[in-house]
Design a protein around this ligand. Sequence first.
Ligand SMILES: *Cc1c(COP(=O)(O)O)cnc(C)c1O
Length: 672
Amino acid sequence: MGLESTATSAIEKKSAPETGEDKNGKLARKQKTSVALVKTEPSSQWKIEDSEDLYRIEGWGEPYFSINAAGHITVSPKGDRGGSLDLFELVNALKQRNLGLPMLLRFSDILEDRIERLNACFAKAIARYNYSGVYRGVFPVKCNQQRHLIEDLVRFGKPHQFGLEAGSKPELMIALALLDTPGALLICNGYKDREYIETAMLSQRLGQTAIIVLEQIEEVDLVIAASRQLGIKPILGVRAKLSTQGMGRWGTSSGDRAKFGLTIPEIIQAVEQLKAADLLDSLQLLHFHIGSQISAINVVKDAIREASQIYVELASLGADMKYLDVGGGLGVDYDGSQTNFYASKNYNMQNYANDIVAELKDTCAERQLPVPTLISESGRAIASHQSVLIFDVLSTCDAPSGQPEPPQEGEPPIIWNLWETYQSINVENFQEAYHDVAQFKEEAISRFNLGILRLTERARVERIYWACCEKILAITRQQDYVPDDLEELEKIMASIYYVNLSVFQSAPDCWAIDQLFPIMPIHRLGEEPTRRGILADLTCDSDGKIDRFIDLRDVKSVLELHSYQSGEPYYLGMFLSGAYQEIMGNLHNLFGDTNAIHIQLTPKGYQIEHVVKGDTMTEVVGYVQYDAEDLVESIRQRTEQALQEKRITLAESQRLLQTYEQSLSRYTYLNQ
Ligand SMILES: *Cc1c(COP(=O)(O)O)cnc(C)c1O
């Protein structure tokens, strides 16, 4: 079947070497900065394939995103099972339905495909290693709690008895109400109080297989007490603090000082307490979670090795072990480099499943124990691909450019010096020239501050300085290797693309933890992108920008973009953003939730399943306790007063009130 064969080809194509790479992947990747592909004039030679290479769409987008002959991004929501949509045309069709940008498009078929793939990979590993247990994945609700998505997940997961994981009381409430798949697991993680524990236990009576995972030693007593009072035997798990530590951002999720989980002595203590309460047979699951986005497969291998030993030891201590829950961490290749760089991963889903299955099979065989049901709590790997954020460019601002006039007799020496440098810049001296002009500029500013240089002279200095930078940049772009001190030049000379978006609302991880998401235009891809820019958002916050972009090696500080013509739409897409971003997004400057549109593929095209309208201004001001009616009333009273004092005409006052009232019911983003 389609899926099976994908999994196979994926192993062959994608397995990355585990050795020979620098530990954090960075140094090894830094040897060469990307070669500039961009000249100032669009080249007629530019092909779709050049855009594919430039934006690395095959690396991160397969099998869901590609570029068609029209130079538009196409979405194949069912992966390689056929059917695709032109993303640009889709956005235009949605705009005609009065749905404004920015918009979040959700492709439920992608979600289904991700679930299918994950289950297929485990099924394949189980068959390959002759594993006599099963895989029962769960989706961690915290990754994306939106109702339509969780409903879809439960529905698509049914054939695989896919369950849910809750990390808090509110998430437990959602999971309990929505999960109706017989035999699917409901993993109860996070901090728990008596209420949480009782709710989970009582849900057994509704037919839920709720497993309470002990994360704190205090929870053992709570569980024992609740079990006695309710007369219900719970199914319990323990979360172990492994000594295997993940790397990167979430590296501290494991280890002795991790926030969650029980240390080995605490696990032993829990076993003794449960034994004394005659509940040791309730302990059936071992859980660990070594952090999200694990980039290196050897970290997964180490963790599984340690956990499988703990698992068999718990069995030998008398616990009725049946489940091993490997937590989250299955990575997403955001930059498509297949390396252990933090925005990538050097393994694929099949490698991941194989390593887990093989290790447990071996360890249990050695101890002659039955193998456990395997659980993973893969959130990122399931939810990321299904959503695409589309936003438009509002305007651009280029770095100063143009040919300066030669100096005149009588102009200060510093201008002459700059001019001479400008004229002398060539392939041999461009690095030295860059340092010289930077120094001249600094000197000019101190002279200006001392009152020696006039404002018009300073303007001349800056004009020649920018011209020098432009000339030097043109040379660096022809080089295979760009010295570190010149890399900043690309950034200094970048155009600013003002985009209709709030980074804080729609891409909080870009701002908070320097996460990288693939970002690229969704059309004009048959045309050479001659500009390089950074993205500035709508908020009045200097952090509200995106100036780090995926690259094959390391990170790019500018993104190749097409020249923007006012009045012509220019749409960008941020991809792989379906995990964590929506709920972590905040209302900085009161930019609210974006429109979210659920699209499903049909034999004839597509169907709009749900439209979740973004926040209106009335809603966002409501979050900070303003009542829209009160606001209107206050404006009305003030216009009344202004009318009486003849500061405003009747027509003006009506117009103001009307606009004010209408705005409140509108989207918080700009309308083009
Ligand atoms: C966050 C979390 C997950 C999800 O991790 P991903 O890397 O998104 O798959 C799973 N389990 C636990 C306990 C978590 O805290």
